[in-house]
Design a protein around this ligand. Structure first.
Ligand code: ZN
Length: 142
C-alpha cells in the first residue's frame, strides 16, 4: 500500500547553494548531506512536514542527475512514494506492464530501500518507491 509521498527529488547544479536557499529563504532545516556512491549523487534532505525534500547534485558527469540537468535543467526529478513493501509494488507494476528501472530494491539515501519505475511507463514522472530499511517497530513485516 502507498502510505504517503515520502519525498520529492529535485535536481540542482550546486548542492551548497541550493541548501542555503532552502534553509535561509524557505526556512527548512537540512537533516543531513549524504553521498550515494552507487547513484553518483550527493543529496541533502529537508523536513517539510511529513514529506521530505531531497536535493540531488551529480558527483560525476555519468551521473543520472548530470544527464537530467543537461536535458531539463534544474527542477523536479522524481516523486517518491513511501510504501510498506517495495518488492511487492515492483512485482505488481511489472505484472501490469510497467517498465522498471530496478527490479529489486537497493539501498538509497537516508538508509532507505528504494527502486524506480521508468518515466516512459509512468506518464512522464520518474517514480520512486521507498521504505525504511530497518524494522519500523510497528506491526508490519519489514
Ligand atoms: Zn528519492
Amino acid at each position: 500500500m502507498i502510505q504517503k509521498i515520502d519525498h520529492l527529488g529535485i535536481a540542482v547544479k550546486n548542492l551548497n547553494e541550493s541548501v542555503a536557499f532552502y534553509e535561509k529563504t524557505l526556512g527548512l532545516k537540512c537533516e543531513g548531506i549524504e553521498e550515494v556512491a552507487s547513484q553518483k549523487v550527493r543529496t541533502a534532505f529537508f523536513h517539510a512536514g511529513e514529506t521530505h525534500i531531497e536535493l540531488l547534485e551529480a558527483t560525476d558527469p555519468e551521473s543520472p542527475i548530470a544527464k537530467f540537468l543537461e536535458k531539463n535543467g534544474e527542477g523536479i526529478h522524481h516523486v517518491a512514494y513511501g510504501v510498506d513493501d517495495v518488492q511487492a509494488h515492483l512485482d505488481k507494476a511489472a505484472a501490469e506492464g510497467c517498465r522498471l528501472i530496478h527490479d529489486k530494491p537497493f539501498e538509497g539515501a537516508a538508509g532507505k530501500m528504494v527502486a524506480f519505475l521508468h518515466p516512459k511507463s509512468t506518464h512522464g514522472v520518474l517514480t520512486e518507491l521507498c521504505m525504511p530499511k530497518k524494522s519500523c517497530g510497528c506491526s508490519c513485516h519489514h
